[in-house]
Design a protein around this ligand. Structure first.
Ligand SMILES: [Zn+2]
Ligand SMILES: [Zn+2]
Length: 122
């Protein structure tokens, strides 16, 4: 098991929540830290790495980038509308080309082609 910790994120942020010991890819860890610094506001991680079993448990897509350790879900509860727009632009600039908007979180992943979806109800 490899542990990653950055200036603004804890080791636990990058572990699968089922305690299987799988961790997110270093590329995800570093890119997320870069985005955090560019945004200049706290970002709270809901999840990053999900092993196949845990991804199935939470009802994630079989093709989810979480399984590859290349995705993060960030809570948006602490962010203003303006900060969410800034986060979107900064994320794309740093290589998060998969962006999913939900009511209380944003999904970012390191796919190669810009793909944006919006599942917000409000
Ligand atoms: Zn797991
Ligand atoms: Zn996600």
């Amino acid at each position: 098991m490899l542990g990653y910790r950055t200036k603004n994120f804890a080791e636990i942020d990058f572990h699968c929540k089922c305690n299987c010991g799988e961790v997110a890819k270093l590329e995800l860890v570093n890119t997320l830290q870069e985005v955090r610094e560019a945004l200049g506001a706290p970002l709270y991680v809901n999840s990053t790495m999900r092993c196949v079993d845990h991804n199935e448990f939470v009802g994630g897509s079989k093709k989810s980038y979480h399984i590859r350790g290349l995705a993060v879900d960030l809570s948006t509860r602490n962010l203003s509308e303006g900060q969410i727009i800034a986060l979107k632009e900064i994320a794309v600039e740093h290589g998060f080309l998969g962006l999913g908007f939900y009511d209380h979180f944003i999904h970012l992943d390191l796919r190669n082609e810009l793909t944006i979806w919006d599942k917000r109800n409000k």
